[in-house]
Design a protein around this ligand. Sequence first.
Ligand code: GDP
Length: 140
Amino acid sequence: MAVERTFSIIKPDATRRNLTGAVNAKLEEAGLRIVAQKRIHMSKDQAEGFYAVHKERPFFGELVEFMISEPVVVQVLEGEDAVAKNREVMGATNPAEADAGTIRKEFALNIGENSVHGSDSLENAGIEIAFFFNDDEIVG
Ligand code: GDP
C-alpha cells in the first residue's frame, strides 16, 4: 500500500441538509485526511467539463443540473490506499445497494442525489484534483 491522494465532492443534496460535518467524520473515521477543502458553487461549464466522460449517458443533463443546484464542497483526501478506501466508505452508486455504515447508505437520497463523488482510479484522481485545486491549496 502507498500513500495516495484522491478527489472527493460533497454533493448538493448533502450540503443542503447540513451534512458536511457528518460526511467529513465518516471520511476521517476511515483514516482519510482532508488535506484540501473548499465550498464552491459550480458553474455549468465546470460541471459539464468535470462529468464530460458521462456526456452520452441519459442522465447527463440531470446530473449537471443537480451539481449546479446548490453549493458543493470539493476536497482532496490523503491516506494509505486513499482511492480504494474512499470508494469503500462512499458505498455503491445506488444507496439501495450500498453496504451498511457507508456514506451513501446513511445519507444518500437516491442514485442521482447520492451525497458524494470519489475518484475511481489514481489516474483520474490526479486529473480531478487538478481540475479544482492549485498545488499551493493542498496542505498535507
Ligand atoms: P460513481 O462513480 O459511484 O459516482 O458512479 P458513476 O460514475 O457511474 O456516475 C456518476 C454520477 O452520476 C453518480 O454518482 C450519480 O450522481 C449520477 N448517476 C449515475 N447513474 C445515474 C442514474 O441512473 N440516474 C441519475 N439521475 N443519476 C445517475
